[in-house]
Write a protein that binds this ligand. Structure first.
Ligand code: PGA
Length: 262
């Protein structure tokens, strides 16, 4: 894992956006795995800026989102469909045919999940996956205890995730769906590059456990220690419990520019 510590979430997001932009410029038909939640918002804003001001072209890019709540119609304001169209897709030149987000209203969850995996394979696999992290260490909605071999499937949210996400539902935890469809940890590990973003002090324990703790299913993001190209972009607060933070800064400051965005 490569750990990149920035002063603010905005500067961390700009650094992460450079990695995404470099891929899209070099491979215009890249396949991106995308995430929702508060964490990727500044990254998406930077990608929108690059599209408008620098002509970053998404017309041939294919996307697969990590997850979606079960039971929320696409047009529900808290569905991840709504999130993605509001915060990214409506502001770039993406082809809607190439956008894939799990369908939380499907009446055949296992069939839908198997088809989602097939579509990822048929697209050539995910080149670069964006990840947030839950305060409990989840990636996608793969909660603690999820199998490292798991594929896209139904999961039940933990009580902690329901509480964390209640802020999006007017503070009403009872309105947060209990189930979701999420890519599995095996699906995420198949991505050629994983970019994990984490901001704020409430992510510090999860980041320390994921980056420096033992690899264990109780901390799903810890599996990224086994990924050949995983980059972790954190602000100072999320990095505050890392034992080797000065070493990570030392390494990054000495990298040639070409390697920073590789
Ligand atoms: P957040 O969620 O970005 O809203 O903190 C992250 C996650 O649950 O993966």
């Amino acid at each position: 894992m490569e750990v990149i510590i920035s002063d603010t979430k905005e500067s961390a997001s700009r650094a992460a956006a450079q990695v995404v932009a470099r891929l899209v410029r070099e491979k215009p038909d890249a396949v991106l795995g995308l995430a929702t939640g508060s964490t990727p918002l500044p990254l998406y804003q930077e990608l929108v800026r690059m599209h408008r001001e620098e002509g970053l072209d998404f017309s041939r890019v294919t996307t697969f989102n990590l997850d979606e709540y079960i039971g929320l119609p696409r047009d529900h304001e808290q569905s991840y469909h709504s999130f993605m169209w509001e915060n990214l897709f409506s502001q770039i030149n993406i082809d809607p045919v190439r956008v894939h987000i799990p369908d939380g209203m499907t009446d055949d969850v296992p069939g839908f999940c198997a088809a989602y995996e097939s579509k990822i394979r048929e697209a050539g696999g995910i080149d670069l996956q964006i990840l947030g992290i839950g305060s409990d260490g989840h990636i996608g909605f793969n909660e603690p205890g999820s199998s490292f071999a798991s594929r896209t499937r139904i999961k039940t949210l933990t009580q902690r995730t329901v509480e964390d996400n209640a802020r999006f539902f007017g503070g009403r935890g009872e309105d947060v769906p209990r189930h979701c469809i999420t890519m599995g940890i095996g699906t995420i590990m198949d991505a050629r590059v994983n970019l994990l973003l984490a901001f704020g002090g409430n992510k510090a324990d999860a980041i320390a456990a994921s980056v420096e703790g033992p690899v264990a299913a109780i901390v799903p993001a810890s599996i990224l220690q086994h990924h050949p190209n995983a980059k972790v972009f954190v602000d100072e607060a999320a990095a505050s419990k890392l034992k080797l933070s000065s070493y990570y800064r030392w390494v990054y400051d000495r990298k040639p520019d070409w390697q920073k965005n590789a």
